[in-house]
Design a protein around this ligand. Sequence first.
Ligand SMILES: [Zn+2]
Length: 319
Amino acid sequence: MFEKEPHAHDTIRKIEGGKLETSVDLDKQLCFLQKMVEDLEKREVLLKDEEIKTLISHIESNEESFLVMRILINRLMEETNSMHDWVENGLYFDLVNDDLGKEKIFGGHKVNWNSEDRIKSRGFSKGYFDVDDGEIYIEGQAPEYGDIVRSLAQKGRLPQKLRILGHELIHVLQHSEELKKIKRPPSIELDEVQANRFVNNPPDRKTPDELIRRVGRGSRERLVRSIELIDKLNAFGFDTEEVSEMVTKHSTWDEENKTYIELEDIIKRKQNELGLSDDNLEKLVEIDRLERRAERYRVIAIAQEELLRWKDKEVADDS
Ligand SMILES: [Zn+2]
């Protein structure tokens, strides 16, 4: 139905494969995506929110929400890149194996749901990763499978509770045992921007101001620079593990140049390797944002198709 919609990171993969190089190509790609996202925003949805809610209550009362969610997640794995990071952080496996909300996740890091008291007492709002005991604390309980389907069908992304978990899992990566051996003071700004950009994956039009408000700590100057650099690293298609390693290893702030100089070097090297001018890199960052945005509509369409398929099957079974 939406075959022409690109996947996240399509363009960078084409550049890497030597299939796109000139700024003419990038301009064309940018225009194509802008037009596509505009059209997608105006598109009629298959199902209205109310219909989605009703269908999901039926699915829940038939005790089929896990089944529907698993079919959906597996389709998203096959047909989009939207689940990629969730495979890496292990959550995908928890979902398809019906392990969500059970004790252990991600290399043995325990996830403690319903931890509001502890979270508040440590001065956090919805969740945090405790570097000392290696456990994750999250407010409220794990979402029901029906909530996951609903969120994917309405918003094209996982529900907030799982995105908070995703945010904390990024902090787990940033503080891995191996990386802890590198005796270098972490940058709160880089760490939080990376985790926040992930949670908002696919990123909306989050202005630096909105993101800075969301992070709520750190220096403004460093946060603004962190956003710029993290967005570039993400646009290059580095995965979450690679970016976590980079922000942990290369967190040194250069006061004279007002930037994280080692990250700048990594970006420059990658730029040279791909033959991208500064101007073209800016275009690539915007292309990355649009590709992810388009993909979010694709997720909505697939989730709604699955709900309709379930409905048709129900009708067929009843008659
Ligand atoms: Zn955080």
